[in-house]
Write a protein that binds this ligand. Structure first.
Ligand SMILES: [Zn+2]
Length: 484
């Protein structure tokens, strides 16, 4: 079923349950707000009961406007009412209000603007017809437009989140995978709708609209029930901003250093606007707050319980923890308790979070099974940490071998660091001035049914597959080539 259709059905089902007749002719601000909230909070669960009773339900939408006399109220009065009610809602209610409003707006506006589109939104031609005629009644149209415009102009006031095109919710893929191997999808930045807020440190933070609404719900829940005060450290960074940083670092420190320390523009999950870096505030005895935002502070053992509480609630609001302990070889990053990702689907988030060690890569099937333990052997040249860093590069790359299963990965031994091999590496990546070489060897199994664009022989054990890395005098490992 069309997602928007499910939403409007949910909306109208809830509307039809509201005790309209018990209310006075002209609604108070409180009544308006309660009506909205009742509608909006039912958007998700209501879909379960959505059957095509659209004809009657559409009538209810209009009856709602009519009973409240929304088209009789002058715009200024309506806006003042809405504004007063909004201020009383609390963050919780406000977030739900905006998330739902956009969904409702998208659908009703579609009905009003385009008869053809309207028909395509509904599976039942008869229902579409009725919805159409109800929504095209000038009085109903006026009622809706008045309410919509007042709500929108209220949002355009300073500090209101998400003056967004409601259709944007359909344009971006909330499950998009962006990591060191998968770039930001094309067209993303054009489709993205964001809000910009100021955090407790006075920094501006830009977040995707729906992710922000969900974050507010999470934050409120944790404050009210657990006494944990979350803040947003950073969320969206544009590709251009990342390129700027890369350029400045390159100019100042050289390309090598820049490549090592700055994430490649286009390959950071923060580009999506759906990745949020959290920090928290500790409430002091005198009621003041202390910000805790440095990575080394946030990861102190005394805060493990705090993070566990936060993580346990992420999925309820459609978030997952993205960079898990010991999964660097899949995600490309070490453990980051503060980095969460919005996927706009609480049920799926719960499934992911319920499985220990489940990464988004693996969930989406993009990651091959690269969980094999590594045999580092013995080395006079490299410390175990240095070899581990190299192995991570290999496993990261292996993770892009869709459907392959890594069985073993072993360091080939110090004999690989020959002048000949070094020359080869420097020939592969000219001008870098590599000074050392490391070779790893692996056995893995190809997929039973490889995809069309993959060169694997089906269902075969590939043994002694080589991985070649090199590094400069001050640099980290660079994986330069692999294969036979
Ligand atoms: Zn982050």
């Amino acid at each position: 079923m069309n997602k928007s259709l499910a939403r409007i059905l949910a909306l109208v089902l809830i509307l039809s349950m509201l005790p309209f007749s018990a209310l006075a002719d002209t609604p108070s601000a409180q009544e308006l707000a309660e009506g909205y909230i009742a509608v909006l909070s039912g958007l998700e669960w209501g879909t379960a009961g959505a059957t095509l009773k659209t004809a009657a339900a559409a009538g209810e939408v209009c009856a709602f406007a009519e009973r409240y006399g929304l088209y009789d109220l002058d715009a200024d009065a309506l806006q003042a009412n809405l504004r007063a009610a909004y201020d009383d809602m609390g963050e919780d209610g406000q977030a739900a209000f905006w998330a739902g409003f956009d969904a409702v707006r998208a659908l009703i506006d579609d009905c009003l603007e385009d008869d053809e589109a309207n028909h395509s939104l509904f599976e039942d031609a008869g229902a579409a017809e009725t919805m159409n005629s109800v929504m095209c009644d000038p009085l109903n149209r006026l009622a809706w437009e008045n309410l919509r415009d007042c709500t929108l102009s209220m949002r355009n006031d300073e500090g209101m989140p998400g003056a967004a095109d409601p259709a944007a919710a359909e344009k971006i893929d909330y499950l998009a995978l962006v990591n060191k191997l998968h770039p930001l999808p094309k067209g993303w930045e054009d489709a993205l709708e964001t809000v910009t807020i100021t955090n407790s440190l006075g920094d501006e933070v830009e977040v995707e609209t729906r992710a922000y609404a969900a974050y507010l719900l999470l934050k409120t829940d944790l404050e009210e029930n657990d006494g944990i005060y979350l803040e947003l450290d950073s969320a969206r960074r544009s590709v251009a901003a990342q390129q700027d940083i890369m350029d400045r670092f390159t100019q100042k420190y050289g390309a090598d250093y820049a490549a090592k320390t700055v994430a490649t523009p286009g390959y950071s999950e923060h580009h999506t606007g759906l990745a949020l870096d959290l920090y928290f505030r500790i409430k002091n005895d005198d009621g003041t707050f202390t910000d805790v935002y440095y990575n080394e502070d946030m990861t102190r053992p005394e805060y493990e319980g705090l993070w566990a509480t936060v993580h346990a609630k992420l999925a309820d609001y459609g978030f997952i923890l993205r960079y898990l302990p010991d999964k660097e070889y899949i995600t490309g990053y070490g453990y980051e308790p503060w980095h969460i990702r919005y996927i706009d689907n609480a049920d799926m988030a719960k499934e992911i979070m319920a499985q220990p060690g489940m990464t988004l890569e693996k969930w989406l099937g993009a990651a091959a099974d690269a969980g094999a333990t590594v045999d580092y052997g013995t080395s006079e040249l490299y410390t175990p940490e240095e070899l581990k860093e190299a192995a991570v590069q290999v496993k990261c790359r292996f993770a892009s071998f869709a459907g392959c299963e890594l069985h073993t990965l072993r360091y080939a031994g110090d004999d690989c660091n020959t002048e000949e091999n070094l020359a080869w590496m420097n020939q592969l990546d000219e001008g870098k001035g590599y000074v050392q070489v490391a070779e790893f060897i692996s056995d893995f199994h190809s997929p039973i049914q490889p995809g069309d664009d993959e060169a694997w022989e089906a269902d075969k054990e590939y043994t002694n597959w080589q991985w070649w890395l090199a590094r400069t005098a001050d640099g980290g490992w660079q994986l330069l080539t692999w294969g036979y």
